[in-house]
Design a binder for this molecule. Sequence first.
Ligand SMILES: NC(=O)c1ccc[n+]([C@@H]2O[C@H](COP(=O)([O-])OP(=O)(O)OC[C@H]3O[C@@H](n4cnc5c(N)ncnc54)[C@H](O)[C@@H]3O)[C@@H](O)[C@H]2O)c1
Length: 316
Amino acid sequence: MRVAVVGAGLMGHAIALVWAMGGHSVRITDSSAETLARSKGLMETALSTLEEAGLSRGFTAAQLAQAVTRHERLADCVEGAELIVEAIIEKPEAKQALYAQLLDCAPPEATVASNTSYLDVFPLMPKALLRRAMIAHWYTPPYLVDLVDLVPSPECERGRVQAVEAALKTMGQVPITMEKFIPGYIANRIQATVQNEVQRLIDEGYATAEQVDLAVIHGIALRMPIVGVMAKADFTGLRLLQDTFRNGVYQAPPPRDHSTSMDKLIAEGATGVMSGRGYYDWGGRDPAALFEERDRKLIALKKALRAIGNMVEDRT
Ligand SMILES: NC(=O)c1ccc[n+]([C@@H]2O[C@H](COP(=O)([O-])OP(=O)(O)OC[C@H]3O[C@@H](n4cnc5c(N)ncnc54)[C@H](O)[C@@H]3O)[C@@H](O)[C@H]2O)c1
């Protein structure tokens, strides 16, 4: 398939790499010439990390150079495209302007797939684009996290979603096609609920940040890759869960518009790994080294989980 990726930032360059590794020819563009130029090195670095980890499926740097071309003009990038991946900034006015341009300059049969995280992009599209528009939302880094949320526009031709779904599966991704749009899809909504709950536990003095992480890592995280949430419900037994709902003891905290502990840290300049401190003190370590250590551990876990399997996909 001929794939055009519009937006070569954090997500765009990495999504382009996955499509290229899947055997597709990829054109990429960005409104910033500097970001476009930088994307080449970022793809090469990501590929060499995958090669070292034995996850590159034989795809080489020479093949990458062949498969991906960079184009400064949008029209050149989308020329001949069958699939256009929109991965530009999360600003409605920018996306709206781009969709109007695509209607003018992209092939009339090209499918347009937005990587938006939270925006309902369909009302931002010209009506004529809707029959070939969908959301294909990836997680970072896309070459390590398999999930892709697919949401067809209300008018999207079914075959287009099926074609993207099939191509993603062939590349080893795990696409989930949702019937209709909801901000955050499934995984980000679950994550937002968890974040809301733990900010309450910390802000109201029930737990420290470290206790929250120890409870997650040594409590729920071990089971989750094997049974998810719903298969776990089956293993727990639905009657117990029914009683828990009926007892009404658990009250979810209302959604927060801020967190006092987080506001305090940010005011002190402790914004997370990039500043050396957040909820944890990262001991003055170089952020790049911390990201590398995290990725190395994620790769080791991913390989182990592939070998182990899980109770959801392996159940027959
Ligand atoms: N960062 C994440 O973890 C993440 C995860 C999933 C989805 N997303 C979504 O992916 C999209 C991109 O996010 P990102 O994190 O890669 O942002 P980013 O800022 O790293 O990259 C966006 C790029 O778009 C470019 N751009 C802006 N307008 C453009 C235009 N009209 N034409 C071409 N290029 C243009 C910018 O120059 C920038 O390089 C957003 O919709 C975001 O919500 C992000």
